[in-house]
Structure formats: C-alpha cells, structure tokens
Design a protein around this ligand. Structure first.
Ligand code: HPA
Length: 272
C-alpha cells in the first residue's frame, strides 16, 4: 500500500486533471495509441517511484497523460510481466496506481495468439472472460482491505457494459470485433501445440502472457475492465508457422491505426 501511494503522490505532483480519468494499459506494439491524445505529458517509468524497468522490446515504459474530447486519459505505455521475473505485486502496481489516481474504467490491451479457428492475425477481440494458467494470483498473501475484499467476485471480470459500448463503437467505425476467452500463460516460451490443444479443450479462444493479474487486481479494487486483444499470430500448432516476437510486433504494427481509432471512439462513448 505504501509503495502504491508513493507512486501515486509522485504522479499527482507532476500531473493534474479535474475529471475522472480513463485508464489504458497498452500491450506489445500498441503503444502508438497515445498519438490520438491531445495535450500530452509523459512521465518515464524510470522516474516513478517503485516502477520496475520494462525489459521487453516494443514496450516504451512511460505513463502518458492526455485527453480525448475533454476526457482525461492516463495511458501506461508498457507493462511488467511475470515472465520478466517481476513479483506479481510489481506486475499489478501500474493498474493499482491508475485506480488510486481515480480511474474507475480501465482498458487493458494485449497481443495474443489465436486459438479459436475463427480468429486470424490482425483480428481485434473483446475479452469476455479469462482462465488463469499463470500459477500466480496478485491477491495471494495478506489482503489490503483498503483496496478491496479478501474474496472478490470474478463472475463479470470484463464489464459487459463496456463490451457493449465497444461493439457499438466497432459497428460505427466498421471495425469487426470478435469476442473470446483469454488464457493467461506464464511464458516467456510460447506454448507447445499440445498445450494449445489443452487450452482449446478447456474453452480458451486466445492465449497471452499478461492481462490476467491486472484484471484480477482491478476487479478486486472495484474498477471496470474492458479487455481488448490484438491477435498477432495463430497459436502454436494452429498453423505450421513458428512463433516469433518480431512477427507479433509486425502484426500489432499493422493493426495499430484501427486499434487506435477504436479505443479513441470507446473513450468518447464512455461519457454519453
Ligand atoms: N502465446 C502467448 N503469448 C502471445 C502469443 C502467443 O501465441 N502471441 C502474442 N502473445
């Protein structure tokens, strides 16, 4: 709690706003969404107390404050992953900080492998639910009652209301949106074809190495989450291509304009 408040105090000293901000966490290759913000100010993660260093290529490592149609947006460009060796409390620090900064709605984005036969690279998918295969939970250990309850409900971890808003915005912009269940995988090695067959059998449509701890922490603290995955590749064994982070980044790069307009439209729609 002390660590969260140190980060929050530092940010509040440097940045100011007067409305309820919308939080955004930007996944691999999706950081250029911040080009859509006006009146931008950025703080490097290096300068924010208790923020770890991001070690992943394609993740910038800065908090950008800006606005979309008079709505303040706090966007985290880059996140911390369990596979980098960060403790789970550091992985969820940015989202907890966003919530303490007043964000009640948070858009969490990621790059993911497509498991569902109907999913193809460059598809945008609304996350309807998740399965935690990461072996860790950010809420294990003592509970901080000031953040949320010991046993938070997860039956609507990804807000149906925000998903409906996203669908309306997708239709308006003529951007096709699919919907599916995201399996969180520890990584950093990609899954084996046998693991993907297992994930498919248990009901996963997508797989990735982030998002699950952040959504759990957000839900614990009562914030509404909209999860959006960019399918960057067919999951292992779904096609015969080998997986590489470079390909993941290339596809995310192709999607970034469509993704940016969608997230912008959703944020505009949040105040309607
Ligand atoms: N598996 C796990 N994480 C990922 C993938 C994948 O296929 N693609 C992008 N992130």
């Amino acid at each position: 709690m002390k660590e969260i408040m140190e980060s929050v105090d530092y940010i509040k000293n440097k940045l100011s706003w007067s409305d309820e901000p919308v939080g955004v966490i930007l996944g691999s290759g999706l950081g250029s969404f911040t080009d859509n913000l006006s009146d931008k100010v950025a703080l490097s993660y290096q300068d924010i107390p208790n923020f770890s260093k991001t070690t992943v290529v394609g993740h910038a490592g800065e908090l950008v404050k800006g606005s979309i149609a008079n709505q303040t947006v706090l966007a985290m460009r880059g996140r911390f992953h369990l596979y980098e060796g960060h403790p789970v409390t550091s992985v969820v620090l940015p989202i907890r900080v966003l919530i303490q900064l007043g964000c009640k709605k948070i858009i969490i984005t990621n790059a993911a492998g497509g498991i569902n036969d109907k999913f193809h690279p460059a598809d945008l998918v609304l996350i309807s639910d998740h399965i935690n295969f990461m072996g860790q939970n950010p809420l294990s250990g003592p509970n901080f009652e000031e953040l949320g309850p010991r046993f938070p409900d997860m039956s609507e971890a990804y807000s149906p209301k925000l998903r409906n808003l996203a669908k309306t915005c997708g239709e308006r912009l003529n951007i096709e949106l699919k919907e599916g269940v995201y399996a969180g995988w520890l990584g950093p090695s990609y899954e084996t074809p046998a693991e993907i067959r297992m994930l498919k059998t248990v009901g996963a449509d997508l797989v990735g190495m982030s998002t699950v701890p952040e959504t759990i922490a957000a839900q614990h603290a009562g914030a509404e989450v909209l999860g959006i995955s960019c399918v960057t590749n067919y999951a292992a064994g779904i096609s015969h291509e080998k997986l590489s982070h470079a390909d993941v980044k290339d596809v995310a790069d192709k999607v970034k304009d469509r993704f940016g307009s969608l997230v912008t439209e959703i944020i505009k729609g949040m105040n309607d």
